[in-house]
Design a protein around this ligand. Structure first.
Ligand code: GLN
Length: 459
């Protein structure tokens, strides 16, 4: 099959199913096909790499030259990017074909895709349920075979949670492994891009092309290139898998627990040993995150002022009125909530009480992991406390929504790599359709290859 034929197949599926799923915000079939033709020429010339001619979908948080890049916000609903994100640049250079830009929670703030200005994405497993968020469009696109693989970003779980809800494998690399250049910033010290696909092997292939030093991101790490496929086939005999007591305490649904336990039993059969560990500050991760992430967001989002690009109010008085109206019209409720919280915790008099305390907790959480990795090679547990939930179930109660990230957020606070892989089915919110359950793996810094190995051996 040629790259053009493959691309056509996916474009037809998008055409047929996207109106229902709402996984893509924009597509540009002509552009995709011209990239596919170029890939076929490369293949004919014997210059193909492993990803040449493979279609993919980008989360709409990545700037791509000439593409509408909205971050699922009204604020950027008219923004055509004049440049490529580093990730887009690299995947283009590998010969991949961009199928389109995927729906997401507005500015990546959310866990259900319900905050998108373009409307919610449906979970292909059960259309009454959310696909997870914020990379919900990427997840739904891959799960419904509207793309073979996709990019996502993860600030507090946004790759792993939707991967879990849609039955996919998704990986958030160690902070600094993938450049954030051209990736619209939410909370810069936590944001990290990664692959979302059908298997650990697919994720390793995509990560090979995404990772690498970029001088335009000051937090990009200058390390020798790695082949993330290299350890996939290693036997697991003797691997120590740590099970954090706090992840297995009350709070997890019974069918999630059953699926995770079954996966762990499988790992023991494969020769791994499980050891009990503790991450004592786990309960503080959500409160610390919801001080730090909004603080950074309030600063990052100050650039959307209606002056240089994006939405601008049609009618206004003076300059301040223009800012105020533009931002009132352009941002959705969740984004405004975060800006308000962020501005508050950074303000004079409250900084010490909130922001500084949260920074200290962040350090304690990183130390918990440091200690834990003295006793194990890798950590395992659930990705989420429950499977995908029905639309509206949590959208009126932000705290309930925030708590769905309880197992994923500490990884970002520590800067560690984490991934989710499918490990069975749960009864599902409506009981008549089963929903996937995710097993989460957390590695030590730069242990992506080892995590992928452990995931691959199970798959
Ligand atoms: N759900 C979390 C939030 O709303 C994480 C989002 C993300 O990782 N981008 O902030």
């Amino acid at each position: 099959i040629s790259a053009v034929e493959l691309t056509q197949l996916y474009l037809e599926r998008i055409e047929r199913h996207n109106t229902t799923l709402n996984a893509y915000i924009s597509t540009d079939p002509e552009r995709s096909l011209s990239q596919a033709r170029a890939a076929d020429a490369r293949i004919a010339a014997g210059e193909a790499g492993p990803l040449t001619g493979i279609p993919l979908a980008h989360k709409d948080i990545f700037c791509a030259e000439g593409w509408l890049t909205t971050c699922a916000s009204k604020m950027l609903s008219n923004f055509v990017s004049p440049y490529d994100a580093h990730v887009v640049e690299r995947l283009d250079a590998a010969g991949m074909v961009t199928l389109g830009k995927c729906n997401m929670d507005e500015f990546a703030m959310g866990s259900s895709n319900e905050t998108s200005w373009y409307g919610p994405v449906k979970n292909p497993w059960d259309m009454r349920c959310v696909p997870g968020g914020s990379s919900g469009g990427s997840a739904a696109a891959v799960a419904a075979r509207l793309a073979p693989i996709a990019t996502g970003t993860d600030t507090g779980g946004s790759i792993r949670q939707p991967a879990a809800f849609c039955g996919l494998t998704g990986l958030k690399p160690t902070y600094g492994v993938v450049s954030r250049y051209g990736m619209i910033a939410f909370a810069s010290s936590l944001d990290q891009a990664g692959p979302m696909g059908r298997s650990a092997e697919d994720c390793a292939l995509l990560l090979n092309a995404m990772a690498g030093f970029d001088e335009r991101d000051s937090t990009s790490l200058d390390r020798p290139a790695e082949d993330y496929l290299r350890e996939l086939d290693k036997p697991l005999a003797g691997r120590r898998i740590g099970l954090p007591r706090e992840f297995f305490a009350a709070g997890m649904d019974d069918d999630v627990r059953a699926a995770v336990e079954a996966a762990l039993a499988e790992y023991r059969k494969l020769g791994a040993v499980t050891v009990d560990i503790s991450l004592p500050n786990t309960a503080l991760s959500v409160p610390a995150y919801y001080v730090l992430a909004p603080a950074e967001a309030s600063s990052n989002l100050s650039r959307f002022d209606g002056v240089r690009y994006g939405h601008r109010a049609a009618e206004y008085g003076d300059l301040n009125d223009m800012y105020a109206r533009t931002r009132a019209e352009g941002f959705g409720d969740e984004v405004k909530r975060r800006i308000l919280i962020g501005t508050y915790v950074l303000s004079h008099g409250y900084y010490d009480a909130y922001y500084l305390q949260a920074q200290k907790i962040r350090r304690l959480i990183a130390r918990d992991f440091e200690e834990a990795f003295k006793h194990c090679d890798l950590i395992a547990g659930p990705t989420t406390p429950g499977a995908a939930f029905p639309f509206g179930a949590k959208s009126q109660d932000p705290v309930q929504m925030y708590l769905s990230d309880i197992y994923t957020i500490s990884t970002n606070l520590a800067g560690l790599p984490g991934m989710s892989l499918p490990c069975g089915l749960a009864a599902g919110a409506t009981a008549d359709k089963p929903l996937p359950v995710g097993l989460q793996l957390i590695g030590n810094y730069f242990d992506e290859a080892r995590m992928l190995n452990v995931a691959h051996q199970y798959q």
